[in-house]
Write a protein that binds this ligand. Structure first.
Ligand SMILES: [Zn+2]
Length: 275
């Protein structure tokens, strides 16, 4: 299968802009730029701009219950912790997501995926993490996988240990994750990555290590929400486990930055989150 995209006005190849050119692709791989070879399919770019698609490697695109009302509280100066205490935060979304049917979640998430496509995203990771019990985390992952099979872009499912349910102790919830959730997710191959929110009041370094080590046994690659509000050794853990990525990294020390770099852990920065 070959494809020629011709009449490109401007092409960004990842490094520089090339004017008035074409791309020749064979079996999904770019073979040449600027040579108009014979192809099975031809797309006329009509002098438009052509560039690689965006890869969004950190999204919480599946949930029910928008929390736009929190913006006003943020402007008032409330912290993440204070917002949670006032009835916002992850717990609010968990309540709404648990109530939502699979159909409702799928419809709402597809709308967000369509919006991503409009903005040029061609690969998106989507995390679970608003169920916080086996039934609802599995429900979220099933919906992500249904979307993966139907969307016109690449979708990558991640299981996220996002928070501890209100009525449980963290250690007990870690046991539920390790004994119930991960075996089912692993056996049914519902997630490519396992992610943990490693933070004060969420999962500590030991609990995060336990979850990620267990997930590795099922072939899931580790990722960590690290150092968002405090530097407590989460990046060090990401380096130790050779995680695929460490995300947020607002409070990371210089020493830990070096550890991440040496271990080849991708640093995912999410600069819009603190505002
Ligand atoms: Zn996140």
């Amino acid at each position: 299968m070959s494809l020629l995209i011709k009449n490109i006005g401007e092409l960004f190849d990842g490094y520089k802009i090339i004017k008035n050119t074409s791309i020749y692709i064979e079996n999904g791989k770019i073979k040449s730029i600027g040579r108009e070879e014979k192809a099975d399919e031809i797309i006329d770019a009509s002098n438009k701009f052509v560039m690689p698609g965006f890869v969004d490697c950190h999204t919480h695109a599946i949930f029910s219950g928008y929390r736009a009302f929190e913006i006003e509280w943020k402007i008032e100066g409330l912290s993440y912790k204070e917002i949670a205490e006032r009835g916002g935060g992850i717990a609010y979304t968990v309540e709404q997501t648990r109530k939502a049917s699979k159909e409702k979640l799928k419809k709402e998430t597809m709308e967000r995926v369509k919006e991503m496509i409009k903005h040029g995203t061609t690969t998106a990771e989507i995390k679970s993490g608003y169920g916080l019990d086996t039934e609802n985390e599995i429900k979220m992952l099933e919906v992500i996988n249904e979307i993966k099979n139907n969307a016109s872009i690449d979708i990558v499912p991640t299981f996220l240990a996002h928070a501890v349910p209100k009525d449980m102790k963290a250690d007990d919830f870690v046991d539920v994750i390790v004994e119930e959730m991960l075996p089912e997710i692993g056996e049914r191959k519902l997630a490519k990555f396992c992610d943990v929110f490693c933070e004060v009041g969420y999962f500590n370094v030991e609990q995060s290590r336990k979850i990620l080590m267990e997930a590795k046994k099922y072939g899931m690659l580790p990722k960590i929400h690290a150092d968002e509000f405090s530097c407590m050794g989460c990046s060090k853990l990401a380096a130790e486990l050779e995680a695929a990525s460490a995300d947020h990294l607002l409070m990371t020390s210089e020493k830990e930055m070096e550890l991440l770099a040496d271990a080849g852990v991708v640093a995912t920065l999410l600069p819009a989150t603190p505002f």
